[in-house]
Design a protein around this ligand. Sequence first.
Ligand code: MG
Length: 159
Amino acid sequence: MFNIRTGLGFDVHRLVEGRELWLCGLRIDHPLGLLGHSDADVAIHALCDALLGAAALRDIGYHFPDTDQSYKGVDSKMLLAETVGLLSGKGWKIGNVDITICAEAPRINPHIEKMQGILSSIMDIEADCVSIKATTTEKLGYTGRREGISAFATALIYR
Ligand code: MG
């Protein structure tokens, strides 16, 4: 009998000049980048929180605090790998994940296949178990004004 759990993650980062834009582990050519202590990959952060949430293992800020200098500028793919390690340490396997990125720009769709490849290899699941979707907020709110990018994620885990 499988023990099945789901989790939800949400994150926001501010868009600024002079930063690289990283989403789902991929650097995307764009005049603005996300501001943060790490590489500010908002989609991976939401995904980590969904995975941690499913396992009731607190949140990304608890495990990787932004007061810890060792996480300054860190590649969020490493945070995802450590998150997967925390779950597998408790016997959890990942079933599927589903991510929605909310951004007025850049266009995400051309990058989705590559993103699926990156995230699925870190989580050691099939690419078709990694869903990545993008939406705008119809120019409304902070994402609509291009002040930031937000991301939601859900994850199903089992053991
Ligand atoms: Mg974050």
